[in-house]
Design a protein around this ligand. Structure first.
Ligand code: MF3
Ligand code: CO
Ligand code: CO
Length: 275
């Protein structure tokens, strides 16, 4: 890996390792999505992720990450929780809830970071629209990726679309470079202006992970120092892929075999229809 200012530019063989990590992460996320139903606790979802990692002899990057150390292995963010929700053994999912599940296993030294929002039972019309807009926001961001375009193009496309739908883009949490490191350069905001920011180069690897609120964008972190919630208590959703820039577009790492990142149904919605 060539490294400049903490930027991850991956070689072809490193990209294949990222693709493997991404496929494993996507497989785990899909398995977790199948387990989402009324009565399941977020702690049980985390327990499954821990077993999954033990079977494979791999680690979850979030476990003991940061300060204070993140206490569990995945993030589970319910309803007004924007991101970094901590799984809890006494937090039972109820029909009508939304749950965003974010996983980052480390496979052979590389990070696969992906998130989707799932419906618990039947969603309200508002929740369904929020999730559809958030999934489309990620697709629109990914369509901006190509060598020579700029990082600001991604945020501009996402912000313009989301605000036209009368929802808001979270400012306090953004996408990030990723590879051997969990969080590296570049920073990838989901808002901004076209033709600004760093130019994308082939082999650049980063996440796009828009968080969209049904209300306003300000967030607030709870006293556990991790859980971020909407200030106005409105619902929030998130989708995330880990991607690599190519000469003529985007190469999405966090896919299960045959998954189309541009299809109309995001992972979370597919698993609802399957169940
Ligand atoms: N997976 C999150 C991201 O997309 C980061 C979670 S850090 C944790 O960047 F410590 F909260 F798990
Ligand atoms: Co991320
Ligand atoms: Co993530």
């Amino acid at each position: 890996m060539r490294q400049r200012r903490n930027l991850e530019i991956l070689s072809d063989s490193e990209i294949e390792k990222m693709r493997n990590a991404g496929r494993e992460a996507a497989g785990l996320l899909a398995e977790l999505g199948r387990r989402v139903e009324p009565g399941v606790t977020t702690g049980e979802l985390d327990d499954y992720a821990v077993e999954w990692a033990e079977e494979r002899g791999v680690e979850h990057a979030p476990h003991e990450y940061g300060d204070p150390p993140f206490p569990r292995s995945i993030c589970t963010s319910v309803n007004e929780v924007v991101c970094h929700g901590i799984p809890k053994d006494d937090q039972t999912l109820e029909a009508g809830d939304l749950v965003s599940i974010d996983v980052t296993p480390i496979i052979d030294g590389f990070h696969g970071d992906t998130c989707a929002t799932f419906f618990v039972g039947e969603p309200s019309d508002e929740a369904r629209r929020l999730v559809e807009v958030t999934a489309e926001a990620l697709r629109r961001g990914m369509k901006q990726v190509r060598a020579g375009k700029r990082i600001g193009d991604i945020g501009a496309a996402i912000q313009n679309y989301v605000e036209a739908e009368d929802m808001s883009v979270v400012r306090d949490f953004i996408g990030h470079g990723i590879g051997r490191k969990f969080h590296a350069a570049p920073q990838v905001p989901h808002f901004g202006k076209f033709n600004t920011g760093m130019r994308m180069r082939p082999g650049m690897c980063f996440t796009i992970e828009p968080m969209v609120n049904a209300g306003n964008y300000p967030t607030h972190v709870l006293s556990d120092e991790w859980t971020a919630v909407t200030q106005d208590n409105s619902l929030s959703a998130q989708f995330e892929h880990t991607i690599v820039v190519t000469r003529d577009g985007v190469d999405v790492m966090t896919l299960t075999d045959g998954q189309d990142p541009f299809s109309e149904s995001p992972a979370g919605v597919i698993s609802l229809d399957d169940s």
